[in-house]
Structures are given as structure tokens and as C-alpha cells.
Unconditional design. Structure first.
Length: 238
């Protein structure tokens, strides 16, 4: 008998998340048909704990960056062909109990991609993070032509139509911005829902270095888009 494909899957990119990954997987399983963890070369017990919690784990042999983990997630989804894929982080920043907020938007069939926004409700977000996120969101909005309140949120859901369109060049942490550029280019309908967020843990990377790096990549994406668009309009590409 042919196995029925899952209608809703959740994919969790993770790197050295042994502290939280078990809880995140267990809570996520309550709302989806199948949970996958993309273990991006973790050197701790992330893989073991995720499997014990009930996730199917795909492990990169080495740490390749979030963009590559997300690419793996979308390649997996294109093989499975679910109705909906949910992406969320494995560090307990996102609340899996809010998965239905994103999924229900897609089930209404009024959009192709749903972004969970930390700025559509009152959240305790460090001031430096909020400032940096707003700068990145403004820059991404201007470049992509799609207006969001939280361009960098890792809590997202995608229809199968959106899954088929998402192919990334970014290997680092600017992959969320690239999603927005692709959505604009492919004319996908994007909506947001308010989500809560948790910043209790210490940050893994220097937020200033991270923010500047993402900003430079977003500017590069904007320049590439404008260059290609100008060449197409001017007949420079056949």
C-alpha cells in the first residue's frame, strides 16, 4: 500500500541546540503530521535528542550555515510534496503552540507564504535587536517590493506553490531576506501574523557583526535585482 504523503510538515534547522531541541520537537509534533530536524553539523547531542523526541533528522557532515540548512529543508519538501511546510528555529525562540496561526492562513488559500512577525504584538525585545531588525526590514522591503514588519523572522509557513519557487543562493543568515526577494520576483502572496518570541538565552554570535553582514547581503541582493531588471527592460538579456 502506498504511504500517504503528510499534509503538514515542520522543518527545524538546528546547530548545537541540545538544550532546547527536544522540547521544540515534542511541542511541534502536536500540530503537524511529521517533524524534520536539519542538523547543520552540530557537535553536541542535537541529533540524538531530536530523534528521541520523535523527529526525523537529516544531518550535514559539517556546519554549512543556516541558508544551506534551509535549502536542505526546501529540497526535502519538494520530494515529500506536503500541502504546507512550517519552518521554525530550534533554540526555543519560537512557540510551536502558535503554528496554527500560520497554518490557518495558508489553509484559507489567500496567500502562499506566511511570516510570523515579532513586531505585530508586544514582545520584550532588546533595543539593539529591535533597531537592527527594523533597519534590515526596511532595506529588504525596499529591495524586494514586498512590505513586511519583520523580514528576518525564522518562523514561517509555505504552500506547495511557494515551496516549488524557493531556491536559494544565500548560505548564511540572510536567507529570510532572499525569500522575500523571491516572493516579490515570483509574485507570491505574502501575509504576516503576530507571534510571541523568547530572548532568554544568550546570543550565539555577535549581533552587530551579524546584523552588518546580513545588511550587506541584502544590499547586494537589491543591486543584483535592479541590475538584472534593468538589463531585461533594456533588452540586454535575450
Amino acid at each position: 500500500m502506498k504511504k500517504e504523503r503528510p499534509k503538514i510538515i515542520a522543518v527545524i534547522p538546528a546547530y548545537n541546540e541540545e538544550r532546547h531541541i527536544g522540547e521544540v520537537v515534542r511541542k511541534t509534533r502536536l500540530y503537524v503530521d511529521q517533524v524534520f530536524v536539519i542538523d547543520d553539523g552540530s557537535t553536541d547531542r542535537t541529533e540524538e535528542i531530536a530523534r528521541t523526541a520523535g523527529a526525523t533528522v537529516i544531518k550535514h557532515k559539517e556546519n554549512m550555515g543556516k541558508g544551506e540548512a534551509v535549502n536542505t529543508a526546501f529540497n526535502l519538501a519538494r520530494e515529500i510534496r506536503p500541502l504546507i511546510m512550517v519552518l521554525l528555529d530550534g533554540d526555543n525562540q519560537h512557540d510551536p503552540d502558535e503554528i496554527p496561526l500560520l497554518v490557518n492562513k495558508l489553509l484559507d488559500k489567500k496567500c502562499d507564504m506566511v511570516v510570523g512577525s515579532r513586531f505585530m504584538r508586544q514582545n520584550e525585545i532588546p533595543a539593539y535587536r529591535m533597531l537592527g531588525q527594523h533597519v534590515l526590514t526596511l532595506t529588504t522591503n525596499l529591495g524586494s517590493g514586498i512590505k513586511l514588519t519583520d523580514s528576518q523572522s525564522g518562523f514561517r509557513a509555505f504552500s506547495l506553490a511557494a515551496i516549488d519557487q524557493m531556491h536559494f543562493n544565500e548560505s548564511g543568515l540572510s536567507v529570510e531576506s532572499e525569500m522575500q526577494f523571491i516572493a516579490g520576483e515570483k509574485r507570491l502572496k505574502v501575509q504576516e501574523v503576530p507571534i510571541s518570541t523568547n530572548y532568554d538565552d544568550e546570543v550565539k554570535r555577535n549581533p552587530i557583526v551579524h546584523g552588518v553582514g546580513v545588511l550587506l547581503r541584502v544590499i547586494s541582493l537589491s543591486l543584483q535585482k535592479n541590475l538584472v531588471g534593468g538589463m531585461l527592460r533594456g533588452g540586454g538579456l535575450n
